[in-house]
Design a protein around this ligand. Structure first.
Ligand code: KE4
Length: 428
């Protein structure tokens, strides 16, 4: 597989961008080798700078649930860009996209758009602190909520991939207000509340963890958090930046029937353009400036092009049967890969919810950060490269999720399963 052009571009990039990338997980540090520079995407495929084509299971880390350059999204953007790119003033588009989100997630009575998931979670935490007058928050080991200071404590995704769950530069005083518990461990959360009476503003959780690989909530976990936060006058924040419109139209809160106080969104609601959102109870959102005293602002918040891409994406997702089809194809993929691993005698644990999945090179159930860390990351790295050579682009880290789009056809799944068969032979 020729990658000379990517390598040359990587050398140029490294001279001006730290690590040659604008987001660490793209640097292939966890799997070794140099990152591929991508030239274009179409449907379920991407093409790199050397012309190599791959079935893409990163999907831009989640936004592209319709695949690359979906005709409906492209047409809407082409038409919108002729009217300008940003006004710094309200547009009807924001109300239109907000209406679609509120209709899909009834717990969100009001919301505000920002430009990234990080901005959404950072602001949701500030709002919870403003609403409760309390400073402490509870998060979970291995969950990732973007790179705001207080949330880079025992975080997942890129920080976990780089083996540095806590980042330098976060003041100790800030980190001290972020208490972290093991995922799927409500008893520890209970102990944290007992030890910090009247001090916890919120619990923020990925209702399905997807930043230490995909880990499903065990029965009672999310209900337990809902009851605990209610009992202690704290807010429950569901970080659905990945799961929102991914695992169901109404996100994980629809699947599990939980009504959080605040929800954060991103990725899919922007259709591949920069968007985040936070929202929830109207009485809580009423604290946001200019209505109330809690401040948050953004030059490109509610950007008309991003709103346009989001509206086109959510409208396409509203078609009957879209999620059933995603479920069928993802189940086919997961069972196919698991079957090949079993046939090759390679221990593998596959976790999946809809079109969000992870194949752990592990020999025991993966239910939290500690068990996720038992996965054989060297074997994952070898698998990653063997799949790349066979035209399949997986997440360059064991601790990320694979995602399918509506563009992934059965032929893509069959090609991927065949590639896995060959890759597993190489792993012996
Ligand atoms: P962004 O600031 O990257 O838009 O969103 C932060 C964020 C918040 N919450 C959850 C649950 C998230 O997964 C993320 C970001 N996800 C990672 C991938 N696991 C983004 C990829 C990257 O960092 O390059």
């Amino acid at each position: 597989m020729l990658t000379d052009r990517s390598r040359a571009l990587y050398e140029q990039a490294r001279k001006v961008l730290p690590g040659g990338v604008d987001s660490p997980v793209r640097a292939f540090r966890a799997v070794g080798g140099a990152p591929l520079f991508i030239q274009r995407g179409a449907g379920s495929h991407i093409v790199d700078a050397d012309g190599n084509e791959y079935v893409d299971y990163v999907c831009s880390w989640g936004p592209l649930i319709l695949g690359h350059a979906h005709p409906r999204v492209v047409a809407a953007l082409k038409e919108a860009v002729e009217r300008g790119t940003s006004y710094g003033a309200p547009t009807e588009l924001e109300t239109m996209l907000a209406g679609r989100i509120v209709e899909a997630m009834p717990s969100i009575e009001m919301l505000r758009f920002v430009s990234s998931g990080t901005e959404a979670t950072m602001t949701a935490v500030r709002l919870a602190r403003g609403f409760t007058g309390r400073d402490k928050i509870v998060k979970f080991d291995g969950c990732y909520h973007g790179h705001a200071d207080g949330l880079l404590v025992k975080a997942g995704s890129g920080v976990l991939t780089l083996g540095a769950p806590d980042s330098p530069g976060v003041p100790a005083a800030t980190a001290a207000n972020s208490l972290s518990a093991p995922y799927n461990d409500p008893a520890t959360v209970e102990r944290i509340f007992a030890a910090n009476p009247g001090q916890i503003a919120a619990v923020i959780v990925e209702p399905i963890a997807a930043n230490m690989g995909v880990i499903l909530p065990e029965p009672g976990f999310l209900d337990g958090l809902r009851s605990l936060t209610q009992a202690h006058g704290s807010l429950l924040i569901f970080d659905e930046v990945i799961t929102g419109f991914r695992v169901a139209r109404g996100g994980a809160q629809e699947l599990y029937g939980i009504r959080p106080d605040l929800t954060t969104l991103g990725k899919i609601i922007g259709g591949g353009l920069p968007v985040g959102a936070y929202g929830g109870r109207a009485d809580v959102m009423a604290l946001m400036a200019p209505l109330g005293p809690v401040y948050q602002a953004g030059t490109l918040s509610g950007n008309p092009l991003a709103m346009t891409a989001g509206i086109a994406t959510l409208d396409e997702l509203a078609r009957p049967g879209v999620y059933d089809e995603l479920e069928r194809r993802a189940a086919y993929l997961a069972s196919g890969i698991a079957g090949e691993a079993c046939a090759a005698g390679i221990p593998m644990v596959t976790t999946r919810q809809g079109s969000l999945l992870t194949a752990f090179f592990a020999d025991r159930p993966v239910v939290d950060y500690a068990s996720a860390r038992t996965a054989d990351t060297l074997r994952y790295a070898a698998f990653f490269h063997a799949m790349l050579e066979r035209g399949v682009y997986l997440a360059p880290s064991q601790f990320e999720a694979a995602m399918l789009s509506t563009a992934h056809a059965d032929t893509d799944i069959e090609r991927t399963i065949a590639a896995a068969r060959g890759a597993f032979q190489k792993l012996h």
